[in-house]
Write a protein that binds this ligand. Sequence first.
Ligand code: F6P
Length: 342
Amino acid sequence: MKLGVLTGGGDCPGLNAVIRGVVRVAERQYGDEVVGFLDGWAGVLEDRTMTLDVEACRGLLPRGGSVLGMSRAQPFMYDDGPDRVRATLERHGIDGLISIGGEGTLSATSAMFEQGFSVIGVPKTIDNDVGSTEMTFGFETAVEIATEAIDRLHTTAESHDRVMVVEVMGRHAGHIATWAGIAGGATMTLVPEVPFDMADVCESLVRRHGRGRYASIVVVAEGAVPVEGTLDLVDRGIDVYGHKRLGGIAAVVADEIESRTGFETRVTILGYVQRGGTPTAFDRVLSTWFGVEAVHAAHDGDFGKMVALQNGEVVRVPLAEATAQLKLVNPALYDIAKVFFG
Ligand code: F6P
């Protein structure tokens, strides 16, 4: 077989480990050839490729980012997009295309399957919000990074009697915030799934500090939303792909805390630090397992599927099902975080 592989959307730790897994099993077990498309779907649309073989994958397992490059381009952004994709795949004789991406890339991949393309999805994103899989690779690494940052913020917060507001990624779902909030012992965690009221946040901090504690850590997901009409957020517009620009909510929350409570408050935005660098051991294993299983799926002719982690096993689920809705934070887990609020 001749397989294509692309990495779409925002990068995350473990992409190279998936690529390495794909290439290893494809070449050594099946005698396949693998073509890497550069910069996500853009590389397929514009026919930009690199050859991927076992030799080219040396040293890739621990390396962050993607050797293939990334973009948020999708075939359906152009009227002739699907035709251009078809032409490129035919030109290279590709029998199956493995598309590694988050919600946007995988939705496009699912739609391409509906149009007759032989595609398989692999779920990546530090946000962990792809449906039908218990975990996406990259998430655990991001949680580790955020937790370490929160641990460090505790000691400086305590030394200065400050409230620290930490902003983590999480556009539609607060998985990183909830996990890192619990793991880091946050005083409060604000997530997109549960609109927050500044009055409640401040009341809780005042109660805590009234009990003799003078330092607090408030974790806020970049996509957290206030209860309607309670707080104005700056609209930062949309990017070229139509995505709302996020980032900066921590500053608004911190200003409100300081002006309403008088507690000295500081802001830390973790940003892209959460996405860069080497994957954890867990993410290396999950990425490798996903990559290998994607190739097996291609050889079974099991197209239109996404590899997924379910009950400790890597299984295949229909792409249409996986992309039907985002996976939000389990309310039971958020309730655990709430036990430690205030
Ligand atoms: O990959 C998901 C994500 O990390 C979101 O949490 C974040 O909002 C977005 O990517 C930002 O990505 P970029 O600025 O690269 O478009």
